[in-house]
Design a protein around this ligand. Structure first.
Ligand code: SF4
Length: 455
């Protein structure tokens, strides 16, 4: 039955020191929006981070269009404007920006939508909340009489802060879909039924060069720093045939070029992953597949590596974090060790993967520039690309105290992580990783390249 309300779903602006479009899509918002659409509500989508929307592109200057043009595998930069830094960031020597559509273009875009009953805004990283404040401020000028509802990760992880910051807005501090719908139903006073997850809201994107899905919630490991177990204490997977159907429907109607799995544990359990990969291969999708969240080396045996290659995975990232075995055992819940890692690299190379990237975590307890450099040296000697990942403490883990400002979870902030590394050292280590990556095919010894570190 047709439901009476008009609902605007909003992926808000992001405020940060940097942001790059690695196939990001607001997956939670799309799931909820797809269910609401199926239920008969009149749904509108405003994704302020959609770089491919023709309406946005039409309203940009040639220079701006060039700026957000696709780079490798449909990734790219977002539009952005520099804004004043919050006081807490005053010592960070980087520009603070708001990312996404310019307000005047968004306003024009919304011109023909008419009256809206409910505005449902999602939230991502906890330290992006100033972007939500700006988004809601902007929308309230256009829709002063609508009812505003805010959900997503920030509200779930920082409920008390969200209650203080968004006093006049309904909050949904839930993460389970059934709970979100229950709460949402009570706010809009309509029953919302759902039987399965769908991503039909992808059809509302006028142009879709890339898209993303998840096939599972959570992770079987319990690394002490990670939010995965707080968000999804129970590991759950979707049925493989259902996942294939989801991919196929979007693929056949929107012709995207790239696709990303945003799972925390795509390869677990390995038999499920192998079956999924075989089904992708059978379908002969002409899609380049990516795994920005890293995959577990533990499950990359010879067969898995071959299947990943045949399925056309392009971006392989492994979360090694460190070569310090004690840390790997204690803090990373034995998800990996060097033997497992080296076997995975061997299998991936045998399958034909030339470019393999590895995340190295920087800034955790006891990290020093020397300990990071030991991991760098190990990887450089194995001709593996290094992707430095800044440590940021997640609310809900033992590394983040109660009542702290979520802005302190920004990865560009170090006092909470490790002052020994600090901002300056991190920048040097980050740039040094680029130098090493550029020299992977050279015969320069690591020790010789070290001279560029402190230049
Ligand atoms: S393996 Fe990765 S996703 Fe899983 S808990 Fe550890 S860090 Fe989080």
């Amino acid at each position: 039955m047709k439901k009476k309300y008009k609902i605007l779903l909003v992926n808000p602006w992001v405020t940060d020191f940097s942001l790059y479009d690695f196939w990001v899509k607001p997956l939670g918002l799309l799931i909820i929006g797809s269910i609401l659409k199926k239920e008969g509500f009149e749904i509108y989508l405003l994704d302020l981070l959609d770089r491919h929307n023709p309406f946005l592109i039409e309203h940009l200057s040639e220079k701006e269009r060039r700026k957000i043009r696709d780079k490798k595998f449909s990734t790219g930069k977002f539009l952005s404007r520099e804004i004043k830094k919050p006081e807490i960031y005053k010592n960070i020597k980087r520009k603070y920006r708001i990312y996404g559509w310019y307000p005047e273009i968004a306003k024009k875009y919304l011109k023909n939508v008419g009256k809206i009953d409910f505005i449902l805004v999602t939230s991502g990283m906890t330290y992006w909340y100033p972007g939500i404040i700006e988004t809601i401020k902007f929308l309230k000028k256009i829709y002063p009489d609508s009812t505003y509802i805010l959900g997503g990760r920030y509200v779930f992880l920082c409920q008390a802060h969200a209650e203080k910051t968004f006093e006049d807005i309904y909050l949904i501090p839930e993460i389970k879909i059934s709970e979100i719908l229950k709460k949402l139903g009570s706010i809009i006073r309509e029953g919302i039924e759902y039987s399965s997850i769908s991503f039909d809201l992808y059809f509302d994107y006028p142009v879709l060069r890339h898209f993303a899905l998840i096939t599972s919630f959570g992770c079987p490991f319990k690394c002490v720093y990670c939010a995965s177990n707080i968000l999804f204490p129970e590991f759950k997977t979707f049925d493989n045939d259902y996942v294939i159907e989801l991919i196929e429907r979007v693929y056949n109607s929107k012709f995207p070029l790239d696709f990303a799995f945003y799972d925390d544990a795509l390869l677990y359990p390995p038999e499920r992953a192998k079956e999924l990969l075989r089904k992708i291969i059978e379908k002969k999708f002409n899609l380049r597949i990516h795994v920005p969240n890293a995959i577990h080396a533990r499950y990359i045996d010879e067969e898995m590596a071959m299947l990943l290659k045949k399925a056309n995975f392009k971006t392989i990232r492994i979360g090694l974090e460190t070569i310090d075995e004690e840390k790997l055992n204690k803090e990373w819940s034995k998800k990996i060790n060097l033997e497992i890692f080296e076997r995975a690299i061997f299998n991936l190379r045998k399958a034909g993967f030339e470019e393999i990237g590895v995340y190295v975590l920087i800034g955790t307890k006891n990290d020093t520039p020397d300990s990071i450099l030991r991991t760098y040296e190990y990887l450089y000697k194995k001709r593996i690309r290094i992707y430095p990942a800044q440590f940021s403490p997640v609310p809900g883990t033992c590394f983040f105290g109660k009542n702290k400002d979520p802005l302190l979870t920004n990865k560009s902030i170090y006092p909470l992580g490790n002052p020994e590394i600090g901002f300056e050292n991190y920048e040097k280590l980050k740039n040094f990783a680029k130098i090493l990556n550029r020299n992977l095919d050279s015969s320069y010894p690591f020790k010789e390249l070290l001279k560029f570190l402190y230049k």
